[in-house]
Design a protein around this ligand. Structure first.
Ligand SMILES: *Cc1c(COP(=O)(O)O)cnc(C)c1O
Length: 397
């Protein structure tokens, strides 16, 4: 096992032995009692993790984060509808492109890489659209943009979206289950993610939580989405599974659902502690970068995500750093934002790996070693001390 490189990118991530074992059993049939029970537990756990009330609808469908995004777009918007995208990076731009391809109209509010559009600006833009008789039907935002590690203020965005009568959708692929979320209390209408990020399972499951309002919007939509992406195709299936009954529309990824069940089980044992740990380790990783003189891409600590770091290469170091770190047994990711991809690297710190400080230390050592190999020598001991003291508020040993 120790020869295996440690996967520290912002998804897919390291998977716990329990998840691995659950997903590695002979694939259950989609109507097997054990699968039906695991499916029901996953749907119930989703409500807890998302902070969604009983009127919300959880969905687990085969697919990636991108498929979940496509489902949100094509179930909520018809050709000609108006949408507003809060653009905080790479994945927000993808969402805008999906809206365009749906034949809907999209306005975007953008910000420099490392920042996010201000909520007041979104408020004003939504107000102007309404005043012009062209109110945005949907407000889209990326909770954590994986290209910059910037987190938006989801609660305030949901507030202004609602104020202007828009449905509020969050791409939570790099956030949900890692950043605190109170979907129903905040009034968000759809929050989506995928199995391979904070949820710590192999890629292949798209997860969405819909408000009643979002479901109603689909019912009233004039132009139905493709059958396999349609909320209405999946709704009776989810209702049946959550009630412990079997159902079929299209075969679910049964092995992955067994894995997700194990993952949710670990997470919901102490959900508050789980979120707290993401905050604490996010902070500790930022303390590490600071201790060795590296700058992060997010403009302030306040908007820096807890689930990953985006770290600028120091002077004299370039994108070959990632290969040098990989040679030391740890895989990190290069930059992704199209305006500056060659100027920084990214490290995922989400899910089960946070419960294994030895793996986090190994990551820090490999990065420090890689920086040394690139001609920028740093004090590994200082970096580890910075990690330990920031992470130690509650023992992570
Ligand atoms: C990873 C990611 C996606 C895309 O997910 P895939 O499963 O790769 O399709 C979308 N949005 C965000 C914020 C992501 O981090």
């Amino acid at each position: 096992m120790s020869d295996r490189p440690l996967l520290m990118i912002p998804g897919p991530v390291e998977v716990s032995p329990e998840v691995l074992a659950a997903a590695a059993a002979p694939p259950p049939g989609h109507l097997a009692p054990g699968l039906v029970e695991a499916f029901a537990r996953c749907l119930r756990a989703m409500r807890t993790v998302w902070g969604a009330d009983a009127s919300a609808v959880p969905m687990l469908v085969p697919g990636s984060g991108t498929i979940a995004m496509e489902m949100a777009v094509c179930n909520l918007l018809a050709p000609g509808d108006q949408a507003l995208v809060v653009n905080s990076g790479f994945f927000s731009s993808r969402m805008a492109e999906m809206v365009r391809r749906r034949g809907a109209r999209v306005e975007q509010v953008t910000a420099d890489p490392g920042a996010h559009p201000e909520v007041d600006e979104i408020d004003q833009r939504l107000g102007r659209l309404s005043a012009a008789g062209d109110a945005a039907k949907v407000l889209f935002a990326t909770h954590v943009d994986t290209s910059t590690a910037v987190r938006v203020d989801a609660q305030r965005l949901a507030e202004v979206g609602r104020k202007h009568g828009a449905l509020v959708v969050f791409d939570g692929v790099c956030a949900t289950a890692g950043e605190r979320l109170e979907m129903s209390a905040w009034g968000a209408d759809l929050v989506l993610t995928a199995s391979q990020k904070v949820l710590g399972t192999a890629p292949g499951v798209a997860l969405l939580m819909l408000s009643e309002k979002a479901m109603d919007a689909r019912r009233r939509l004039g132009s139905p989405p493709p059958l396999c992406l349609d909320f209405l195709s999946w709704l009776p299936i989810m209702n049946a599974y959550e009630a412990g009954e079997k159902a079929y529309f299209s075969t679910p990824p049964t092995s992955l659902i067994m894995g997700l069940d194990a993952s949710f089980e670990a997470m919901t044992r102490d959900l508050d502690g789980w979120f707290d740990r993401h905050e604490r380790i996010g902070h500790a990783m930022r303390a590490v970068w600071k201790s060795i003189g590296l700058e992060i891409i997010p403009a302030s600590e306040e908007i820096a995500a807890n689930t990953l770091s985006a770290v600028r290469y120091p002077d004299g170091v370039d994108a070959t750093l990632c290969a040098k770190i990989a040679a030391r047994g740890v895989v990190v990711a290069p930059g992704l934002h199209p305006k500056m991809a060659d100027r920084y690297f990214r490290v995922g710190h989400m899910g089960d790996v946070l419960f294994h400080p030895a793996k986090l230390r190994r990551t820090i050592e490999a990065i420090c070693g890689g920086l040394g190999d690139a001609g920028y020598s740093v004090d590994v001991g200082a970096a580890l001390d910075a990690f330990d003291s920031a992470a130690a508020n509650e023992s992570v040993q």
